[in-house]
Design a protein around this ligand. Structure first.
Ligand code: HEC
Ligand code: HEC
Length: 201
């Protein structure tokens, strides 16, 4: 009779020894989920996944809202053994408290500009275009998080190229002042800007 109780007893002891899943643990699991794609501390190692480290708190929340409210298209992707997903689904599953926690966490991580090949001639043309069309909002050559805009300098070029395409085709909605600026540019100007942002770090 006694013997039959032993396993139950052990089971309860075992459960008591397991750390209770508290909010802190949930949060670090959430961060790890983001880091699968966005890289450790939000510095992405993959050209189609943007780095998200070091963005401003407000800018981060704004961006996540754009996904939540479906104002921003996002590429579909699939990871081994995972269903296909898009950033919109991920954002819509997060609570306001999660989002504030993530904004706080990633805004405090150090942004590491990606070192990428660039054409120096195009980059210097891009520098002039940036100064006259973009610097007003994307401060310090697109390096300054305090402007509450996404960091452009040292962001992955393939990711940025896709964003230009999505903004210009109207698939990604941005403020009219921003899209009006972009519409004044031709494809060569955009390539020059991309080379410029790859050159700044
Ligand atoms: C399975 C991969 C994946 C996961 C997991 C993921 N993301 Fe993303 N994320 C992406 C991709 C891809 C994009 C670019 C989407 C696009 O605009 O096409 C993106 C874009 C973003 C952006 C916009 C960056 C910018 O420069 O505008 C933010 C912010 C972001 N993700 C935050 C998060 C957070 C926070 C988490 C965790 C809760 C997360 N992501 C989880 C793949 C992922
Ligand atoms: C009036 C202010 C303003 C001007 C001028 C402006 N932008 Fe922006 N830009 C923004 C804002 C705000 C966002 C965030 C948009 C959003 O997600 O809704 C943004 C986002 C972007 C993004 C997306 C980055 C990412 O990681 O998702 C790119 C690329 C960009 N801007 C490039 C440019 C370039 C190049 C110029 C100059 C030709 C420019 N912008 C001029 C305000 C501006």
């Amino acid at each position: 009779m006694f013997k039959r109780f032993v396993p139950f007893f052990l089971l309860f002891v075992g459960l008591a020894l397991l750390p209770a899943p508290g909010p802190a643990e949930d949060f670090s699991a959430l961060v790890k989920r983001c880091e699968i794609c966005h890289g450790q501390n939000g510095n992405s190692g993959l050209p189609m996944f943007p780095s998200i480290a070091g963005f401003s708190y407000e800018g981060f929340l704004y961006t996540m809202d754009e996904y939540r409210e479906n104002r921003r298209i996002a590429i579909e992707f699939q990871q081994p053994n995972e269903p296909e997903t898009v950033m919109i689904n991920i954002a819509q599953q997060l609570s306001d408290a999660d989002l504030k926690g993530l904004a706080n966490y990633f805004s405090k991580r150090k942004y590491i500009p990606r070192s990428q090949a660039f054409d120096p001639e195009l980059a210097s043309r891009g520098a002039i275009l940036h100064e006259s069309h973009c610097e007003r909002c994307h401060l310090q050559n697109g390096t300054e998080p305090a402007d509450d805009k996404p960091i452009l300098a040292g962001q992955w070029t393939p990711y940025l190229r896709l964003q230009f395409k999505n903004i210009l085709s109207g698939k990604r909605l941005v403020s009219r002042r921003m899209s009006n600026r972009l519409k004044k540019l031709n494809q060569e100007d955009i390539e020059a800007l991309l080379n410029f942002y790859a050159s700044v770090n």
